[in-house]
Write a protein that binds this ligand. Structure first.
Ligand SMILES: [Zn+2]
Length: 344
């Protein structure tokens, strides 16, 4: 076995260096050594690469939407995961002891570490992860297995919203996360109006079941939402842009007794219309990562595999990670999910 492996490290703003590094040491108890297969490029990856993400630090080895083959298991283990398995990798490393973890919500752990942000990510040939983070997916391919992670983000938002069949939802932002929200919300029987500023994304939303798609550049979002809901406003608004003005817009658009779920990561504060929040008696919820929804996300990808596959638009090898980031950042209309192939 070779003692070095290839990895892609974001060395500084907008610059990925691909080079060699020692392979990880052997997996300890409860751990597995993985051969990474596919890694999705997330909007947060692009923000980190561009230096605008709130968690940015350099150098950083990115990659948190990953699938892998299990190369070697550490001592112990319960037989759930076996060597050779194709697995979807959950990227969260909670501390297990903080107030959120004790309440069963490790996704918002006080000391949360996420691979590819706080610790080395999956843009490497090998990685050691806790076996608890691995979900065997023998009936999926490597790209769909990696796609489970963004679907889990949408599923967490939809679960937080408690949306039901027939409810109307406005999805602000029709990029990859907006698409995952739409997928999960339609799966629950909800109806969708999608908003974005990129026409290609709006076409994609319509092709995948949104009833209406509104170009925010026309400045007529409120009118379109009002017409679509016959004056009610939508029961739920999902915010997936991270743009502060859009968060405020979500509160203004939502129906009385409605719910706003925010998943964007704005770095500045928003002035909120407090009176509107009270008058409408709104539930305004943050949403981050996922809690216990990986099996449900896998199930959703399994059932909607063709739709999920159609959202994967571009592929680059690990050696061309810089080109992948540059392309995805420059072509938001064309590039929905860009995948990096580590091991074909
Ligand atoms: Zn914790």
């Amino acid at each position: 076995m070779s003692s070095t492996m290839r990895q892609a490290v974001t060395a500084e703003r907008r610059r990925v260096e691909v080079g060699m590094t020692p392979v990880p040491s052997a997996p300890g108890p409860g751990e597995a050594l993985l051969a990474i297969a596919s890694v999705g490029v997330c909007g947060s990856d692009l923000a980190m690469w561009e230096g605008t993400d709130p968690y940015t630090r350099y150098p950083v080895r990115q990659g948190h939407e990953a699938s892998a083959r299990v190369l070697q298991l550490g001592p112990g283990g319960d037989g759930r995961v076996r060597e050779g398995d194709l697995v979807a990798v959950e990227p969260l490393l909670p501390d297990g002891t903080c107030v959120a973890c004790r309440r069963g919500r490790p996704n918002c752990c006080v000391g949360l570490r996420v691979i590819g942000a706080h610790v080395d990510g999956a843009l490497a040939e090998q990685l050691v992860m806790p076996v608890a983070n691995l979900y065997p997916v023998p009936d999926l391919d490597a790209e769909l297995a990696a796609f489970v992670e963004p679907v889990s983000i949408g599923l967490q938002m939809v679960t937080r919203s408690r949306i039901g069949a027939g409810d109307r939802a406005v999805v602000l932002g029709a990029g990859p996360i907006g698409q995952a929200i739409q997928l999960a919300a339609i799966d629950r029987g909800a109806r969708i109006l999608a908003v974005d500023r990129v026409p290609g994304r709006l076409e994609r939303a319509l092709a995948r079941g949104a009833e209406v798609a509104v170009d925010a550049r026309d400045g007529k979002v409120a009118e379109a939402v009002e017409a679509w809901t016959e004056g009610d406003g939508p029961e739920v608004v999902f915010e997936a842009t991270g743009v502060t003005a859009v968060i405020r817009q979500a509160i203004e658009l939502v129906a009385h007794a409605g719910t706003v779920v925010i998943a964007g990561t704005p770095t500045d504060d928003v002035a909120l219309p407090a009176l509107t929040i009270v008058r409408k008696e709104l539930d305004i919820l943050g949403s981050r990562n996922n809690t216990g929804l990986y099996p449900a996300a896998i199930d959703l990808v399994r059932r909607e595999r063709d739709r999920c596959r159609s959202l994967i638009t571009h592929r680059f090898p690990l050696a061309e990670t810089q080109a992948a980031m540059t392309f995805a950042a420059a072509n938001p209309a064309e590039a929905n999910k860009v995948m990096i192939t580590v091991a074909p």
